[in-house]
Design a protein around this ligand. Structure first.
Ligand code: ZN
Length: 389
C-alpha cells in the first residue's frame, strides 16, 4: 500500500497543481477537480488502489495542463506491471495535437519504455530512433537503442550507437563493444570466413586490449589454420589479460604444444602459471602431464604436496583415481567410495560464476543471463556445488 502511495504521489502532485492552476480559470471547475483529487487520495489511504486509479484517470482529460498527469499515470501503470494500460495512456497522449514539443517527446520516451517492458522491441526502436537526435533526450534514447540491438543480436548497430554515446560524452562502452566485435567474429567463423573473423577480433583488441575472449578466439582460428605457434601466442595472452579465463585455454594449449612436440615447454609454462595461481584445473593439468610423462609416483608426490597447501576437489579426485589404478582389493573400498562421492559432487557442480551477481552456470556465457553484464562470468578456480542456473 505504501509503495503504491509513493508511486501515485507524482499523479497526485500533478493533479493538485492542475487543480490550483485551473482556479484562475474557474472556481467551480477547480472545486470539482479538488474534490476528485481528495476522493482519489482517500481511496489510496483506504487501500483501494483500483478505485484510486479510476478517479485519477477520470481527472485526466487531456489538454496541455493535464499532460503531466497522464505521463505520471502511465508511468504508474507501467511500474505496476500493467503495461497495456500504460501503452494506451502514453499512446493517446502522443495522438493529441495540443501538446508542446517537449511534452510530445517525453510521451514518446515513456511509450518507448512501455514497449520495451512489453518486449515490443521494433516499436520501441522506432520511437527511440526519433529521439536520438534530440539534445535533451539522446542520452536516454541511445542506451535504450543499445539494449534493443543487443537483445536482437544486431551487433553492428549496437557498436555504432555505443561509439555515438562515447562521442557525446557518455560512459565508455569499450569493454562491451569489444564483445560485440567478438560476437561478429564468432558469426563469421561459423560461416568459415576466418579472415573476416580475424579482422573483428583485432578490432576487439583495439577497443579493449584486455579482451581475453578475442585472444581465445584468435587462438582457435590459428589452430584451425594449423598455425600452432600463433595459437600458443594468442592463448598465452589470455593469462596476461585476464587470469580468470586461463582455465579455458589449458586444454587447447596442451594440444598445440603436443602438436609441435614441445611438451617440455608446456610443463614449464604450466609450472610458471601455477606459481601465480594454484587453482584446481591447473593442478589437475599438471598432474595429468606428470602421470603421462613421469609416471604415477611423480604425479602422486606432486598432488600430495600441492593438496596439502592448496586443497581442491579436482586435485583430490585425480589423486584418488591414480591410487585406485594401482589395485582392486578390499583395502581400496574407502578410496572407491571417495571417488564416487567426488565424482557425484563434480557432476552436480557449476563451473562458472558471475563475479557481479553470483549467478552460477555449467557453461561459459560472455554476457551474464542474470545481470546482463559482459565479461563477468568466469571459470571457477575449483568447482562449487551448483545452486542455480
Ligand atoms: Zn551476473
Amino acid at each position: 500500500m505504501m509503495e503504491l502511495l509513493w508511486l501515485l504521489l507524482p499523479v497526485a502532485a500533478a493533479s493538485g497543481w492542475w487543480a490550483a492552476r485551473r482556479g484562475y480559470a474557474g472556481r467551480n471547475g477547480a472545486t470539482v477537480r479538488s474534490a476528485e483529487y481528495f476522493k482519489g487520495l482517500n481511496y489510496l489511504i483506504d487501500d483501494k488502489p483500483d478505485q484510486a486509479i479510476e478517479v485519477f484517470t477520470r481527472m485526466a482529460d487531456v489538454d496541455r495542463d493535464t499532460a503531466e498527469t497522464h505521463l505520471a499515470l502511465g508511468n504508474l501503470f507501467r511500474r505496476r506491471g500493467e503495461v497495456d494500460r500504460a501503452i494506451h495512456i502514453h499512446g493517446s497522449l502522443i495522438a493529441r495535437s495540443n501538446l508542446t514539443a517537449d511534452q510530445r517527446r517525453r510521451a514518446m520516451l515513456e511509450l518507448g519504455e512501455d514497449y520495451l517492458r512489453a518486449g515490443l522491441f521494433d516499436r520501441a526502436e522506432a520511437l527511440f530512433r526519433e529521439l536520438v537526435d534530440q539534445p535533451d533526450h539522446m542520452e536516454v534514447a541511445i542506451p535504450r537503442l543499445i539494449y534493443i540491438f543487443q537483445q536482437e543480436k544486431d551487433w553492428r548497430q549496437a557498436i555504432a550507437y555505443c561509439d555515438r554515446l562515447e562521442r557525446i560524452g557518455g560512459e565508455s562502452k569499450r569493454r562491451e563493444t569489444a564483445h560485440f566485435c567478438c560476437e561478429l567474429a564468432e558469426e563469421a567463423s561459423a560461416r568459415q570466413e576466418d579472415a573476416e573473423a580475424r579482422t573483428w577480433l583485432l578490432d576487439a583488441l583495439a577497443r579493449d586490449p584486455d579482451c581475453a575472449r578475442a585472444s581465445l578466439l584468435l587462438g582457435r582460428l590459428a589452430m584451425r589454420a594449423g598455425d600452432h605457434r600463433a595459437a600458443i601466442t594468442a592463448f598465452q595472452a589470455v593469462e596476461r589479460q585476464d587470469r580468470g579465463y586461463f582455465p579455458e585455454v589449458i586444454a587447447p594449449l596442451g594440444q598445440c604444444y603436443s602438436a609441435l612436440g614441445c611438451l617440455d615447454q608446456w610443463v614449464c609454462y604450466l609450472r610458471e602459471v601455477q606459481e601465480r595461481d594454484h587453482g584446481g584445473r591447473i593442478t589437475d593439468a599438471l598432474a595429468e602431464w606428470l602421470l603421462q610423462q613421469e609416471g604415477e609416483d611423480a604425479a602422486l608426490q606432486f598432488l600430495e604436496r600441492e593438496l596439502r597447501e592448496y586443497p581442491t576437489l579436482l586435485g583430490l579426485r585425480r589423486l584418488v583415481e591414480i591410487k585406485l589404478a594401482r589395485g582392486e582389493g578390499a583395502e581400496y573400498a574407502d578410496l572407491r567410495a571417495l571417488q564416487c562421492i567426488s565424482t557425484q559432487m563434480l557432476n552436480g557442480a557449476a563451473r562458472y560464476r558471475c563475479a557481479n551477481c553470483g549467478f552460477v552456470v555449467k557453461s561459459l556465457h560472455w554476457c551474464c543471463p542474470s545481470c546482463q553484464q559482459w565479461n563477468a562470468i568466469k571459470p571457477m578456480p575449483d568447482l562449487v556445488m551448483k545452486t542455480s542456473g
